[in-house]
Design a binder for this molecule. Structure first.
Ligand code: SAM
Length: 191
């Protein structure tokens, strides 16, 4: 089990906005150890954690995080990016989609975006809260967001107290360059 630096930053964003979370329907994709989803659940959100259907050990990590945090109401399911599956088709409505460090392999970027697009078509007011680690200046999802008619707001880390090498007792952020974005449908109209 490994928590990635992006997860600590997204968890900090959730904690900073914890008063907005009670009752929100939250889905985490590519959750792994699921730190952001666990924080959201602890703050009162209704949370579903997901990871690849083809990686049962990662789904077990999601379950284990729930057990270790006494979160018995959190659901865990397999959702593979870019694939239409019964689990995706029968998901309940969502308000917030979370993902930390899912943009680590450029070949997967469009699969992540298409899954998010599918969810937003069903939930047009949903927002995608995501953190990513800048591993190459050549990588970007801007063109994909344009193609899939989405828009992104970049959220500066200082605005939620995450511009530090240590966060909440974790030294994971370190000197990694982590960015935070809120993505929504381009046609969605809210602040
Ligand atoms: C870099 S890890 C990040 C894990 C966690 N979000 C964190 O930040 O600690 C990427 C995660 O994406 C999951 N993943 C990889 N390929 C996937 C796919 N095609 N569909 C869904 N999840 C996938 C992995 O199992 C892993 O949990």
């Amino acid at each position: 089990m490994y928590v990635w630096p992006c997860a600590v930053v997204l968890a900090q964003y959730l904690w900073f906005h914890r008063r907005k979370l009670p009752g929100k329907r939250v889905l985490e994709i590519g959750a792994g150890v699921s730190l952001p989803g666990i924080v959201a659940a602890k703050c009162g959100a209704e949370v579903i954690l997901s990871d690849s259907e083809e990686l049962p050990q990662c789904l077990e990590n999601c379950w284990q995080s729930c057990r270790m945090n006494n979160l018995h109401g959190v659901r865990v399911l397999g959702l593979t990016w870019g694939q239409i599956s019964p689990n995706l088709l029968f998901l309940p409505p969502v308000d917030i989609i979370l993902a930390s460090d899912v943009f680590f392999e450029p070949d997967d970027f469009e699969d992540v975006i298409t899954t998010v697009y599918y969810l937003m078509e069903k939930n047009p007011c949903a927002q995608f809260w995501t953190t990513y680690q800048v591993r190459s200046g050549d990588w970007s999802i801007e063109a994909l967001l344009y193609k899939w008619e989405m828009k992104a707001i970049h959220v500066p880390l200082w605005s939620f107290g995450a511009d530090k090498e240590q966060l909440a007792g974790s030294s994971l952020p370190g000197r990694h360059t982590v960015e935070m974005m809120i993505i929504s449908l381009a046609r969605a109209n809210y602040s």
